[in-house]
Design a protein around this ligand. Structure first.
Ligand code: FAD
Length: 478
């Protein structure tokens, strides 16, 4: 960094006004972590925090940072689980969460134009007034920003039918590391199809703030489904759960969500709220179906017929109160996980691997053995429809020996996912904590990623040490 901290703070205040700049230690401390387990155990302090509210302000900050070689870490709501929004090399944290404008709901063209700080649930509240919705749906909906979702290519339990954020991003405005402003997806375009030019929109979706700052997004939105139903099926044998999911697909049905709770999750839910009283079994599946009332009714009944040969218990409902009851176990499982030991907390480590559907049962059994091997209790649940397994290790996070065990377990879980033909992350992204697995997961392709990074960010100032490790230029990429 070519300027000292005091001058950096002063220059930012001169540029943006004092109300958009934070320099006090206590404020900076708040920006030294996100929701990740890693950030709980390490401190990554910024030198200054800025909260720009226009593209020009972002551009000016980036041009300054570029000239002086200062790292910049964009940040939405900080709900990321991978140390993505923390300044590993200090410098400037650019908090975009205060820039919350929904600029336009273009109902005629089924799209919406937003600034990066719009919170996901707020966007859907606004779209709901027009009978529309933005389908990707992370569990952090009430906190996370659209900018963070695009940067992480977020998704959630309905990704099985609706896909991930990337499918809905039609175009972006991005400020590049040197301050230049570009528009992807066509300057004036309101088209929903576009095959013109290299697909720069896709390049920035999921780039986790390593290539530029997303300052505006043109998103595709969909009609809101009119009806919904939930089916719960109980499986005495774990292997029958993925087999049943496959049979449902083979019948031509695509539910909006298919969730699994394994034995460990069923136990945790029953300990947390005994009145939910989930049946003891090796697995419970919850199918959510949405669409028009007649098709929902047909698909729910058809799924019940398909799964009943394998399941010991099946129940289907479209009645709101009963649906809520059937869903309750899934709804509380993340909180319930910690109950498996009285002094334990659930930590986010190795938490969102994704594996092929035909490897889900093997993965769940292997995670249980790894838990036994490392002496850590793990609760498993997830979006089985797309092979996304959530593992929740439960430890005493104040005990360094247990923290060490959890880290070793998470490492083993990440490697297991790659070995089984899956990925270290189906949802939460790579950030800092998974950057070390990039060569194992991508091989030579990491060098290509590094060259793209170098072309856009030759000084390496944009969210350094994220996605892949690049300590001293291209040769050192790992
Ligand atoms: C309880 C809980 C449940 C969750 N459930 C899910 C889930 O179901 N699915 C899922 O995918 N994730 C989930 N997450 C993880 C996280 O909430 C999402 O990935 C979310 O989209 C991140 O948004 P954010 O605004 O908090 O981003 P942050 O955490 O602030 O940032 C995430 C990354 O995006 C970059 N970034 C942020 N804004 C911009 C921008 N404008 N331009 C460029 N880069 C930017 C940051 O540098 C960082 O690398 C969950 C987290 C929690 C705490």
């Amino acid at each position: 960094m070519l300027v000292d901290r005091k001058r950096l703070g002063q220059d930012m205040m001169n540029m943006l006004g004092p109300e958009k700049v934070l320099t006090e230690d206590l404020d900076l401390l708040y920006y030294s972590y996100d929701s990740s387990f890693h950030a709980r155990n390490h401190r990554f302090m910024p030198d200054v925090v800025v909260t720009p509210r226009s593209t020009e302000e972002v551009s000016r900050v980036m041009a300054y940072a570029y000239t002086h070689g200062i790292p910049v870490t964009p940040r939405g709501a900080g709900t990321g689980e991978t140390c993505g929004a923390v300044p590993v090399q200090g410098g400037i944290v650019m908090d975009l969460s205060t820039w919350k404008t929904i600029e336009e709901v273009d109902t005629a063209n089924m799209q919406v134009i937003v600034r990066p700080g719009v919170v996901h649930s707020e966007l859907n509240k606004e779209l709901g007034k027009h009978g529309l919705f933005f389908p990707p749906d992370p569990g952090s909906t009430r906190m996370c920003t659209i900018g963070g979702m695009i940067a992480n290519n977020s998704s959630g339990l309905r990704a099985v039918k609706y896909g991930t954020t990337e499918q809905y991003v039609l175009g972006l405005e991005v400020v590049l590391p040197d301050g230049r402003i570009i528009t992807t997806g066509g300057l004036k375009s309101r088209a929903v199809k576009n095959v013109s030019g290299l697909n720069l929109t896709k390049l920035f979706v999921g780039s986790e703030g390593t290539l530029g700052v997303i300052t505006k997004a043109r998103l595709r939105v969909w009609p809101k489904p009119k009806a919904r139903g939930i089916l719960m099926a109980v499986f005495p044998k774990l292997e029958d759960a993925p087999a049943a999911v496959l049979e449902v697909y083979q019948d031509g049905i695509l539910p909006s969500g298919i969730e699994i709770l394994d034995e460990s999750a069923i136990r945790a839910v029953n300990m947390y709220k005994p009145e939910i009283n989930l049946p003891n079994a090796q697995a419970i599946l919850l199918f959510e179906v949405d669409g028009n009332p007649a098709s929902v009714e047909y698909e729910g009944n058809r799924i019940a017929e398909i799964v009943k040969s394998r399941a010991s218990q099946v129940e289907w409902s479209t009645e709101p109160k009963r649906m809520a009851e059937l869903w309750e176990g899934r709804g509380v499982v993340a909180t319930a996980a910690a109950r498996v030991r009285p002094d334990g907390s659930r930590v986010f480590a190795g938490e969102d691997i994704s594996v092929p559907l035909n490897k889900v049962a093997e993965t769940l059994r292997a995670i249980r053995s790894l838990g036994d091997q490392y002496g850590v209790q793990v609760v498993n649940y997830g979006h089985i429809g797309d092979g996304n397994v959530h593992t929740a290790p439960v430890i005493d996070p104040e005990n360094p020996a247990e923290v060490e065990k959890a880290n070793r377990l998470a490492d083993a879980i990440h490697r297991l996912a790659i070995e089984l033909g899956g990925t270290t992350t189906g949802e939460h992204g790579v950030g800092h904590v998974r950057a070390q697995y990039a060569p194992l997961e991508h091989g030579e392709a990491v060098q290509v990623m590094a060259r793209i990074k170098q072309a856009l960010d030759p000084k390496g100032i944009m969210n350094p040490q994220k996605v892949f490790l690049m300590q001293g230029g291209l040769d050192s990429v790992s």
